[in-house]
Design a protein around this ligand. Structure first.
Ligand code: IVH
Length: 669
């Protein structure tokens, strides 16, 4: 066989370097700079040369990623330095305790920390010899892991080769990180597995771990996995004297490092970062279960040392558990403003994700039966974000003897009307519009933040106003006087005056709020805004035909019909008239002047801003703009906070206007 000439060798080396570079753009930066077809052309040429001259192939060739032959079992790998675990804290107090120990040992008051999201995947170690990736292993028990080198090679965000400078400077380098599967990729993989009649992955963490621990690397190669690098095993490398240095170094060598890494100093800043991360958590496309806080400086780390398997210089601040077990004391049935009857579990109070919970939804009759809940049962309660807590499971072996079931009522618990379960629906309903529970629900909804926004009108007051006959429907609110209020429980002069002032202010509520407040079935804040934009005045909306309603993009035929029927109804007409009489202004909604400034403009938001993204998204949408997830040629503005990542590069490349927060505020003001 002929050996390659100099020109071919040069071409081959150039191709390898080019492909590595494009892999980096694609897998690490999420920002490809050439088309798939161009990439394939480079790759095909590489394979062609390798086929002709197999002696050229080295382990760092991009061709080695595609998946080697299956192996029989995983060989054990002893980590040269043990892979440690972390102590855990779950509250600010516990973190303060950790901080106190750190400051005492270091004999300083101020400590520079580095915080990283605690990624929920599989920890791995990658060994680079003379800059070439030669061995990759799982964490295992911390001392000994499994050799999964061929599988790790298939992951695009793992560099197969480091820079020449690094190869010379650090001939042996052990990099550590976490392999994860994105939530969106997890959903796609499962869809495909289900289509093929295969067992779906249980969760993204199992997705990452299961995909990596495949004896056949070709299976791993077909799974979308990402490595976030977060450390090196050796603290004595020349030029790297802090975790901050390490992160910068890893990034420079083409590893993907997490973009939510921060450098707070002292306990208050760490707590602030933790709160920000808690808020960001829901919007991330991967799972994290807390925040790792590390003392940044390596010398300080040495001083602090370790106890058994965990360092004293780092801690995992875990998010509070979202599940908790408690006892079910009773089941009550609550009637909502639409007449829907919901079974509510009355619980022995328990802390879930940092909040005390004593009520949880059982959703409906079918759900109640499926769970088979009985009085005295131990149940598992879940609370996530802002949603109402729910009972997700009964702990069967903790059931007391002769635990009683609770029957779903046949009559409305509030007004005694016979309940109806419409065909095809899961809910039982009370159809009596005058039912006190519904009136109360409507009143609370009417005065809520998204509606007339009447501060001070909560559940208790609403109940009193109705039971004392001061209010029969929400329009009566606009006829209340201070003298009406003063005889009520806990109603001092000041509070009554405040409430009257709040009601007065609400008389000028904008049309979208007014429409939302009416509580039309299926009309939330978004649909209310669409209706307001389309018709501009309540009178026009009142006389809209069903066809006109159906023609509004975003309003379906079902909602169109409900809205139409609602405004045809005599009770509605009477209530709106009464509101006018009571001084409600129903100002015209002018999208051009007040709301349409950003009409037709598309925004992308990136980086860390001073407030949650939802705040900016609301502002943009309120002014008629829209927000999308990725930068493309149809993007008008990129709103860019700190540590923006690849979206900024892409926006610059496409010549899109980039705004910082100040610029944005000017635009929307
Ligand atoms: S550092 C001493 N950094 O947490 C340092 N670990 O309990 C130990 N993990 O098995 C590891 N994200 O799987 C570190 N940014 C991060 C991490 C992280 C997730 C996991 C890792 C390890 C476990 C330690």
């Amino acid at each position: 066989m002929a050996s390659p000439d100099k020109k071919t060798r040069q071409e081959y080396e150039k191709l390898k370097a080019e492909i590595h570079e494009h892999n980096r753009h694609y897998y690490v930066e999420d920002n490809p700079v050439i088309s798939d077809a161009e990439y394939d052309r480079l790759f095909d040429r590489l394979l062609e040369i390798e086929k002709e001259y197999p002696e050229l192939v080295t382990p760092d060739s991009p061709s080695q990623r595609v998946g080697a032959e299956p192996s029989k079992k995983f060989e054990p790998v002893k980590h040269r330095q043990p892979m440690l675990s972390l102590q855990k804290v779950t509250t600010a107090e516990e973190f303060e305790e950790f901080h106190r120990r750190v400051t005492e040992t270091l004999e300083r008051t101020d400590v520079q920390y580095i915080t990283e999201p605690k990624l929920d995947g599989l920890a791995v170690e990658l060994v680079y010899e003379q800059g070439v990736f030669t061995l990759g292993s799982t964490r295992g028990d911390g001392a000994i892991g499994e050799n999964i080198t061929p599988n790790l090679r298939t992951i695009g965000s793992i560099p197969l080769k480091l820079s020449d400078k690094t190869a010379r400077k650090y001939p042996l380098l052990e990099v550590r990180g976490e392999v994860i599967m994105r939530l969106s990729d997890f959903a796609r993989v499962n869809e495909k597995l289900e289509e093929d009649g295969k067992q779906p992955l249980a969760n993204p963490r199992n997705g990452a771990a299961g995909s990596l621990r495949q004896l056949d690397p070709k299976i791993t190669a077909g799974r979308p996995l990402i490595l976030f690098a977060y450390g090196i095993s050796d603290r004595n490398l020349d030029g790297l004297s802090s975790q901050r240095d390490v992160i910068a170094f890893l990034k420079n060598e083409g590893f993907r490092v997490n973009d939510l890494i921060r450098y707070p100093s002292g306990v208050d800043e760490v707590e602030q970062v933790f709160n920000e991360l808690t808020e960001r958590r829901e919007s991330l496309d991967y799972e994290i279960d807390g925040m790792v806080v590390k003392v940044d400086d390596f010398e300080a780390q040495e001083t602090l040392g370790q106890i058994s398997r965990a360092p004293r210089w780092a801690v995992a601040w875990k998010f509070a558990a979202e599940l908790a077990e408690t006892r079910l004391n009773d089941i009550e049935f609550s009637v909502g403003r639409t007449g829907q009857v919901t079974p509510v579990a009355k619980l022995e109070p328990v802390k879930v994700a940092g909040v005390m919970v004593s009520n949880a939804s059982l959703h409906n009759e079918d759900e109640m039966k499926a769970l088979d809940v009985r009085l005295g049962d131990t149940v598992v309660v879940r609370r996530a974000g802002d949603v109402i807590p729910e009972v997700v499971e009964v702990v069967a072996d903790k059931r007391p003897k002769k635990a009683k079931t609770v029957a779903f009522p046949s009559k409305c618990p509030s007004c005694g009307t016979e309940l109806i379960r419409p065909a095809g629906e899961a809910a039982w309903r009370c159809l009596n519009l005058a039912c006190p529970a519904q009136v109360e629900g409507r009143l609370i909804h009417f005065a809520s933040k998204g509606g007339f926004d009447i501060d001070g009108l909560g559940d208790k007051l609403a109940r009193q106003l109705i039971s004392e006959d001061k209010v029969k429907d929400p329009a009566d609110l606009f006829f209340l006087t201070k003298d009406d209020l003063l005889p009520l429980d806990l109603m001092a002069d000041k509070r009554a005056a405040n409430l009257i002032a709040a009601i007065d202010q609400s008389r000028r509520a904008e049309l979208p709020r007014v429409i939302f407040a009416l509580g039309i079935f299926g009309v939330g804040e978004a649909a209310a805004r669409l209706l307001a934009e389309q018709f501009g005045t309540i009178e026009k909306l009142q006389t809209a035909t069903q066809e006109e309603l159906e023609n509004i993009p975003g309003i379906g035929p079902v909602i169109a019909k409900t809205v139409h029927e609602f405004f045809e109804n005599d009770d509605t007409r009477r209530m709106l008239d009464k509101m006018r009489e009571g001084g409600v202004v129903f100002p015209r909604y002018e999208t051009e002047r007040t709301g349409g400034k950003l009409a037709g403009k598309t925004f992308v938001i990136t980086g860390t801003l001073s407030r949650p993204r939802s705040h900016f998204k609301n502002q943009i949408e309120q002014q008629g703009g829209k927000v999308t997830g990725s930068v493309s040629s149809s993007t008008d503005y990129l709103l860019c906070g700190e540590d923006p990542g690849s979206k900024l590069d892409k926006a610059k490349k496409l010549g899109i206007d980039v705004l910082d927060e100040d610029g944005f505020n000017v635009l929307v003001s």
